[in-house]
Design a protein around this ligand. Structure first.
Ligand SMILES: NC(=O)c1ccc[n+]([C@@H]2O[C@H](COP(=O)([O-])OP(=O)(O)OC[C@H]3O[C@@H](n4cnc5c(N)ncnc54)[C@H](OP(=O)(O)O)[C@@H]3O)[C@@H](O)[C@H]2O)c1
Length: 328
């Protein structure tokens, strides 16, 4: 094994993503113990990437963006040799804390992964890790019982779109708020759907026949001012509402914040990757792709995601426009 030279998208100082991100040539190291290195086929982008650029979880700089990766294993660290072999096609999470570059690159170090099963497009696989991890863990904390009613506010975002599918699979009755783009998809999964924004509480009550909902999952991009309405819909009890994005307002109102409650003992990431990779391969779980871009067009990809309304996952394709033809 040896370090490899790679195009990487990363930042050397904190700021707005389009101001601080640069494309440059860098060395990607051999994988540390328990990790693998992949030749990247596809990288899913997330709002969290832009929060990293703005200083969230600030560590040693430079740092890369791109948490969600599908790729071909190119080197295997010690203690990972039973879990991967050179040439395997895998998807998983980039080590964006311990490495000076991440998934938005030609090569990346992964610290959790699962095989890309037959039937699963690597591009689709690269949309899954962060969204699945967030939706599954947050539902694990909120713990809606089968037969109870869960309101997913912001289900046109990808965490919400995933949470609706996961909750419905567990027998929960789901009401979702979403814009026009994915309303039909969400109804097709089995949710009852209404628009977010002005008049949302009355529209939700029309769907419940005036009753309260049992629990609320608040998952839009940050949208100050809606939590009081969501708490009222949950019978006025802020502990029946959990947010992933309106953190400060939730803490002030006594509502729950998923990040405050993450704890050891939640389902391990590798189990989630395996479960949802298998479901996605069978067509039983999916996330829509808004647009995919070659690595050199990363600025356009960042612009679409930073807009706040990408309407689906935004994906970079460092391995070329059709990763399936670049697998060998
Ligand atoms: N705490 C955590 O653990 C954690 C983890 C991951 C993500 N997050 C955060 O969760 C948020 C969502 O992430 P994501 O990946 O799902 O984002 P995303 O897919 O980029 O969500 C964007 C979509 O949300 C919908 N939306 C926009 N404004 C809205 C509003 N005011 N109310 C309701 N829906 C609105 C729009 O879809 P439509 O108009 O089509 O409905 C838009 O396309 C981000 O702020 C992210 O940083 C937190």
């Amino acid at each position: 094994m040896a370090t490899v030279s790679s195009r990487v998208i990363r930042f050397h100082e904190v700021g707005e993503p389009l101001d601080v991100l640069r494309e440059e040539q860098s060395e990607v190291s051999d994988p540390p113990s328990g990790s693998i290195r992949v030749r990247v086929l596809a990288t899913g982008l997330n709002p969290a990437d832009w929060e990293l650029c703005r200083g969230f979880m600030l560590g040693t700089l430079p740092r890369g963006v791109g948490f969600d990766v599908a790729g071909v294993v190119d080197a295997v660290g010690v203690d990972a040799r039973e879990a991967a072999a050179v040439g395997d096609v895998v998807f998983g999470t980039a080590d964006f804390v311990g490495q000076p570059s991440a998934g938005a690159a030609e090569f990346a170090i992964l610290n959790a992964w699962s095989p890309v099963r037959d039937g699963l497009d690597p591009v689709q696989a690269a949309t899954l890790p962060m969204v699945v991890q967030t939706a599954a863990w947050t539902l694990e904390l909120l713990a809606p019982e089968p037969g109870t009613t869960l309101l997913v506010h912001g289900a046109g975002g990808m965490v919400g779109y995933a949470a609706v599918q996961i909750a419905l699979r567990r027998g929960v009755r789901v009401i979702a708020t979403a814009g026009a783009t994915f309303a039909a998809d969400l109804e097709g999964f089995g949710a009852r759907v209404t628009r977010y924004g002005e008049g949302m509480p009355a529209r939700v009550r029309e769907l419940t026949g005036g009753a309260d909902v049992d629990l609320v999952l608040d998952v839009p991009r940050p949208s100050p001012g809606t939590l009081p309405d969501l708490i009222a819909l949950a019978g006025g009890d802020p502990r029946r509402v959990m947010t992933i994005s309106n953190h400060d307002e939730a803490r002030e109102l006594g509502a729950r914040v998923n990040l405050d409650e993450l704890r050891p003992g939640l389902t391990p990431v590798t189990d989630l990757l395996s479960e949802y990779g298998t479901l996605a391969a069978k067509g039983a779980f999916r996330l829509p792709i808004a647009k995919s871009y070659p690595l050199r067009e990363w600025r356009e990809a960042v612009e679409l995601s930073v807009s706040g309304n990408p309407h689906g996952k935004v994906v970079l394709l460092p391995g070329g426009q059709n990763p399936r033809t670049t697998l060998s």
